[in-house]
Ligand binder design. Structure first.
Ligand SMILES: [Zn+2]
Ligand SMILES: [Zn+2]
Length: 239
């Protein structure tokens, strides 16, 4: 009886296609088809280095100067990747977040990036969006990631109100917009001998991350590592 009720009320749907999953005994977020698609995307090879995406260490051109490593799971191009990121942004779902944070932890380890002496931080969402959705998905993802690695989560940056959304701008406008939008929080202590992992959902042009990396260096972080779920494919400096 209890099993029956559990099945009735706790039925899980695939986070991407919303299909009901009958085999809901595991903490699985995808149906069989979506799981296969996710694994296919993870196994795709980077067009620059030829490695699988989660092992690719190529840096978007704008990140060259301040970022030591950039790790990501899947390319940001198919409808599947867009839908997955959309779910993370809109739905405050613990199971999805823990799954994705676990995947990021594994990717960092597989890429051979050390997390010793690291703090974790995130790209803050617009205050307007936090008010609308009720949570900051970057912060909750970064917190889950930091907890799994036993690292401190630091709130280093603030996102000023009323700036245009990055996705509607050209690359050149994005650079300028990122410079005006993101600032350090006030009265941060100077860091010595620490490294910083910046967690985000998607890295597209790298302008926002480049801005945050240079801000983090200005308070003393020695090495910056960028960790994201998806990365836009870039070619000859273009997205
Ligand atoms: Zn599905
Ligand atoms: Zn690569």
């Amino acid at each position: 009886m209890i099993d029956f009720l559990k099945r009735l009320f706790l039925v899980r749907k695939c986070v991407v296609c919303r299909k009901v999953m009958l085999d809901d005994t595991r903490e699985e977020v995808f149906c069989n088809e979506c799981r296969a698609e996710y694994e296919r995307l993870k196994a795709l090879r980077c067009r620059i280095c030829g490695r699988e995406h989660r092992l690719c260490r190529c840096l978007p051109p704008r990140l060259f100067h301040d970022v030591a490593h950039a790790v990501h799971l899947i390319p940001y191009r198919d409808a599947f990747a867009h839908r997955l990121i959309y779910v993370l942004k809109r739905k405050n779902d613990r199971v999805t977040r823990r799954f994705l944070a676990g995947e990021l932890v594994r990717a960092v380890r597989d890429a051979g990036v050390s997390t010793a002496d690291c703090d974790v931080s995130f790209v803050p969402r617009l205050p307007k969006s936090i008010g609308y959705y009720g949570f900051d998905h970057s912060r909750t993802l970064a917190r889950a990631f930091a907890r799994m690695l036993g690292l401190p989560l630091k709130r280093l940056f603030r996102h000023k109100r009323r700036t245009p959304l990055q996705k509607n701008l050209t690359v050149w406008e994005r650079e300028e917009n990122a410079r005006r939008s993101y600032h350090l929080r006030r009265r941060l202590p100077r860091e010595r001998g620490r490294r910083l992992i910046l967690v985000d959902d998607v890295v597209t042009s790298g302008c926002t991350m480049a801005r945050l990396a240079s801000l983090a260096k200005s308070v003393g972080y020695e090495e910056i590592i960028v960790v994201s779920l998806a990365r836009a494919i870039f070619r000859r400096g273009r997205i």
